[in-house]
Design a protein around this ligand. Structure first.
Ligand code: PMP
Length: 364
């Protein structure tokens, strides 16, 4: 059978082929129940088993401690930009570290619910570096500190989470890890809340994962919608309202696939190898350019530029012919972007590098 094209989309993004085939096989009849997952009551025994297994596998994969709740929500990362301050800010001060478009959006949205302060920013160098945590202007009274641990558009990643306690802060750290969740371990001793839209490294759009320390629950502002109050969601096992059942099912299949592959440690090993292959080629090419400081280059999202923007269309057309899809860069940055999530095999990155070499030779 001919291979499927390699899909470099930043999200919604490629899923493991095994998972798609299993979902197809189970579409009409899940495990002899006579129902497809989309047709099941979320309160039935069958879906109860699906969500319980998904949570258990996610906890195992990310080594989530018992004093953290795992919530399956809706609203995406942009929804969480409001939901987090509604739940955690208490209407007071919150510190934001802006390192790219996504944290900038979080900072702006939070201003509607709390006193959002800019603790640090890399805007002056066009989001190509990370401000050192020792330089952050943290507010002693902050309810939390927000970072985006992987900036999907600018390709900037925290390779180590800041240790706020070591910086003299008692505030919990909130991380938007939408675009690198499950590609590396999370140091929970440094995190109060992690959120991630599912559509990059987990499954279909429509599901948002929130992992939150229990002591942070129960402080929602009175205006917070009940369906977005973490305490209510947690107390109802993510079923206060109807959860995105099919997306949770697919996420569960991805978690099982990840466990078969060797878990997060193996995903991290592969991510390091894939990123090294692509950045190595870019830097050595004398043709392509990535502007992000080497110490904070994202393993997941690799923006790169051709020497002349007028070649972009030809590059994309040639890529498509070779089964290399969705490489166009975000409109705010331009150029190209290759997203190398867990479902991207190293063979896909090798195929991209081979094509890049061929293109440069033909157009150099
Ligand atoms: N945060 C990050 C890091 C993202 O990459 C994205 C989506 N690209 C979002 C937030 C927003 O997600 P959504 O569109 O699902 O709200």
């Amino acid at each position: 059978m001919e291979r499927r094209p390699y899909n470099f989309s930043a999200g919604p993004a490629a899923l493991p082929e095994e998972v798609l085939r299993q979902a197809a096989a189970e579409m009409l009849d899940w495990h002899g129940s006579g129902m497809g997952v989309m047709e099941m009551s979320h309160r039935g025994r069958e879906f109860g088993a699906i969500i319980a297994q998904a949570e258990a596998d996610l906890r195992e994969l990310l080594a989530v401690p018992a004093h953290f709740k795992v919530l399956f929500m809706q609203g995406g990362g942009i929804g969480e930009n409001a939901i987090v301050p509604l739940n955690l800010s208490r209407g007071g001060v919150v510190d934001f570290v802006v390192t790219g478009s996504w944290s900038a959006k979080s900072y702006k949205e939070a201003q509607r619910y709390c006193e959002a302060r800019l603790a640090a920013s890399n805007e002056s160098d066009k989001h190509t570096s990370l401000p050192s945590p020792a330089q952050w202007r943290l507010s002693p009274e902050a309810s939390y500190v927000h970072i985006c641990s992987n900036e999907t558009i600018h390709g900037v990643e925290f390779h180590e989470l800041p240790d706020l306690a070591a910086l003299g802060s008692r505030a919990p750290l909130v991380i938007d890890c939408s675009s690198h969740i499950l590609s590396r371990p999370i140091d929970w001793s440094r995190v109060g809340l992690a959120f991630a839209g599912a559509q990059k490294n987990i499954g279909p759009a429509g599901l948002t994962i929130v992992i939150v320390r229990e002591d942070l629950l129960g402080h929602a502002l009175p205006v917070c919608p009940s369906a977005f109050d973490y305490r209510i969601v947690a107390d109802n096992g993510s079923m206060y309202n109807t959860p995105p059942t099919y997306a949770i099912y697919i996420a569960g299949l991805v978690f099982q696939w990840l466990k078969r592959q060797g878990g997060v440690a193996e995903m991290e090993r592969r991510a390091v190898a894939k990123a090294a292959l692509l950045y190595g080629h870019i830097d050595g090419s004398g043709y392509y350019v990535n502007n992000v400081a080497p110490g904070c280059r994202s393993r997941m999202n690799v923006p790169f530029f051709l020497p002349d923007d007028r070649l972009n269309e030809a590059f994309l057309a040639g890529a498509k012919e070779r089964g290399l899809l969705q490489l166009k860069g975000h409109k705010s940055v331009g150029g190209m972007r290759a997203s190398l999530y867990n479902a991207m095999p190293v063979e896909g990155v090798q195929a991209l590098v081979d094509y890049m070499r061929e293109f440069a030779a033909a157009h150099g």
